[in-house]
Write a protein that binds this ligand. Structure first.
Ligand SMILES: Nc1nc2c(ncn2[C@@H]2O[C@H](COP(=O)(O)OP(=O)(O)OP(=O)(O)O)[C@@H](O)[C@H]2O)c(=O)[nH]1
Ligand SMILES: [Mg+2]
Length: 424
């Protein structure tokens, strides 16, 4: 699972990245602070309790009580992420890329390297500035934007990004277009879909993905008799259909803490996938939590001061500003958007492959070491391939860790499944 953070320069992409991964990266109030992409994992709370809760209950019923090692009862040993009070945190890879400026598809800014930075992203979070603090190139405006100005600018950022990515994809498919058009004539839609996949394979496009994009395009543009006559407008429709399949885009309305009254509510009513955010607030809270000054659960709209920690007057003031902000915004929005993108929009589920279906352990006795974030409806054999290609190649059967029932290669997985895979 990989999500790209995109947008014009200086909107807070790196701040969003740092707040969600706690990886220190360069953040600054000027454009193009980031050039080379930052890549790292964010750990997102799974929606269901970790299966180690059931395991503990089962062990206790059998009279084998487990000690609490200070993790609120959790008894699993996550290889990545963590688990406390049966709240499992699952990995999601984030990529924070350079800012995108108008004309980028013609080589401005980071140019073509930008698209390859996004290759293999399952979705994009488009970080926009809802406070109107920056111009279209990301330069600080120093203006106190009005509500209307901030809304207008935010909406233009949204259209700019999709237009720019569409222009990019258009450029890729126009390169060799006459060959593509001939393939429609010679091999029909299948040959053409193959052409699209070849052109976009660098972005992680698969044949079924291109097929879905083509089908959606063919619904709008019904006449495919003479593709060599297609104008740029028609090709842009195709590019845009490919973009929707390649990169579903969700908007993070960042700097919500500075936005004029009513801006985020208005944008929420206009844009289908919009979440107000304050990456800066999330970063400050996560850092204060890490330093032990406060207790803050990411995603929450409050935090508590840790008693026994002495704070300076300046720190006390800072924390009180953060407290007001997080209450007013009802949370920083960072975990909210990641959770919604992952579990609602992209329909991902969390499953737990193990090597022992009774103890729910791997070969070394680690309890529920892996939590995989996979597509809802993924089949047992596909999961085997995710774990290791050898496991997929030699797949024999799988065993459901709860029911102990044997299931076949095409068994569809559900949220929270614990699965043992048998392989040659
Ligand atoms: N008020 C406020 N400021 C923010 C927020 N998020 C980021 N900033 C500030 O915005 C400026 C730009 O942040 P970056 O994270 O470097 O922005 P970027 O989008 O990565 O910028 P480039 O790498 O140049 O494209 C910094 O001064 C941040 O402190 C926020 O939620 N609220
Ligand atoms: Mg940056």
């Amino acid at each position: 699972m990989r999500i790209g953070l995109v947008g014009k320069p200086n909107v807070g992409k790196s701040t969003f990245f740092a707040a969600s991964t706690l990886i220190p990266v360069d953040i600054a109030n000027y454009p193009f602070c980031t050039i080379e992409p930052n890549v790292g994992f964010s750990f997102i709370p799974s929606r269901r309790p970790c299966p180690c809760k059931e395991l503990r209950q089962r062990l206790e019923q059998d009279g084998r009580s487990k000690l609490d090692d200070g993790r609120g009862g959790s008894i699993c040993n996550p290889r990545t992420g963590s688990c406390k009070g049966y709240q499992r945190y699952v990995p999601c890879m984030l990529v924070d890329v350079a800012g995108l400026v108008p004309g980028a598809s013609q080589g401005r800014g980071r140019g073509n390297a930008f698209l390859s930075d996004l290759a293999d992203c399952d979705a994009l979070i488009h970080v926009i500035d809802v406070a109107g603090t920056t111009d279209s190139e990301g330069n600080p405006t120093g203006l106190n934007a009005t509500k209307e100005q901030a809304i207008e600018q935010a909406l233009s950022e949204v259209t700019f990004l999709v237009d720019e990515i569409d222009a990019w994809i258009l450029g890729l498919i126009k390169n060799g277009w006459s060959r593509g058009a001939r393939r429609i004539q010679a091999e029909g839609v299948k040959g053409f879909t193959q052409f699209l996949q070849e052109r976009l394979s660098g972005l992680g496009a698969t044949f079924p993905l291109c097929q879905r994009a083509y089908d959606a395009f063919a619904k709008i543009h019904k006449d495919i008799s003479a593709p060599w006559d297609w104008t740029d407008d028609i090709l842009t429709l195709l590019a845009s259909s490919l973009r929707k399949q390649l990169f579903p885009i969700f908007v993070a309305g960042n700097k919500a803490d500075l936005a004029p009254e009513g801006v985020t509510e208005h944008l929420e009513s206009l844009l289908p996938y919009f979440t107000p955010c304050s990456a800066e607030t999330e970063l400050a809270l996560r850092q204060a939590n890490k330093a032990g000054y406060i207790h803050y659960e990411t995603g929450s709209s409050t935090f508590e001061l840790n008693r026994g920690q002495t704070v300076s007057e300046a720190q006390r003031k800072g924390l009180s500003v953060l407290s007001e902000r997080v209450i007013k915004l009802q949370g920083t929005g960072i975990m909210k958007i990641l959770d919604e993108v992952l579990f609602d929009e992209l329909s991902r589920i969390v499953v737990y492959p193990v090597q022992d279906e009774n103890q729910w352990t791997d070969g070394d006795g680690n309890v529920l070491p892996d939590a995989f974030v996979v597509q809802n409806g993924m089949q047992a054999k596909q999961l085997a391939y995710k774990v290791h290609s050898d496991l997929g190649d030699g797949f024999i059967k799988a065993v459901d860790g709860r029911t102990r029932r044997t299931v076949g290669a095409d068994h569809e997985l559900s949220e929270g499944d614990v699965l043992r895979i048998h392989s040659k």
